[in-house]
Design a protein around this ligand. Sequence first.
Ligand SMILES: C[S@@+](CC[C@H](N)C(=O)[O-])C[C@H]1O[C@@H](n2cnc3c(N)ncnc32)[C@H](O)[C@@H]1O
Length: 266
Amino acid sequence: MGKNMQIDKMWDTYLAVLEKHIPKVAGFPYDSDDHELLDEQAKRHYIKYNVIDIPSRCSPIISALKKYRKVENLKGLSLLDLACGDGAMAAYIYFKESLDLACGLELDNFRITVFNEARKALAPSHLYAVKGDANSLPFPPCSFDIISMIDFIHFAQIDLGKLLVEAHRVLKPSGTILIHTAHRLYPIHQPTWIFGLNYLPNKIARIYAAYKKVLPRFLNTKINSPFTIKRLITEAGFKKVVCFNSHGQRGIDVYMHSHIIVLARK
Ligand SMILES: C[S@@+](CC[C@H](N)C(=O)[O-])C[C@H]1O[C@@H](n2cnc3c(N)ncnc32)[C@H](O)[C@@H]1O
């Protein structure tokens, strides 16, 4: 099957798997303030972000990877996507760039189930879904050419320093790490979209967020400054840390966007 046909089949497969699962999931944590069943609007939003928007979300990431590695394509490389959600980004990059192997790791049961079902229906040779915690990676040293963390570190309760040391361990020599994340310099706090929260001291930010009825899981997440992220990457042993904006470009305005893409090599 050609590359484009595989990608078309991918969307149909994901839509079918999500249609099958979403209405049945109680306590589904995304886009639902009351943690109850998703309503139709939230479900449409979820499908848009996790299926329909995948090519446009992947495009700056693929572009930044190619620029950083100074290559025309990513053919034949292996990718580990940490906190891969439903795995659609890993699957898309796998087909689009003709990767040799892509593996997604995800903690959430619902999301890894969706990935696994979609993956089996797509029947690719080297696309894997692993349920696990990114803080402790179940892979031997020097396993992957690329490790990505996309919209993960500002959403999760993680020890970023420890996670980066683990990523360094499982990355192949000269392999690339890529982090796409929100950062503290941007005035709107992600993922709550509250203006100014990033600039308040932690204690006051929490009181304000509680007053604004921010979900507790968001109060426990940490939005780092780009400088902290770069420092932790360097301390984990990575070299040549470079920052791109959320359009996959370098330049003076990198930190003026809500998200940054940070790359480094082992
Ligand atoms: C905002 S989603 C991003 C998903 C995907 N990377 C994307 O960009 O579409 C954050 C994901 O991180 C996962 N996650 C949170 N903590 C994790 C951990 N310790 N290990 C693995 N996954 C985790 C959540 O379950 C969720 O799927």
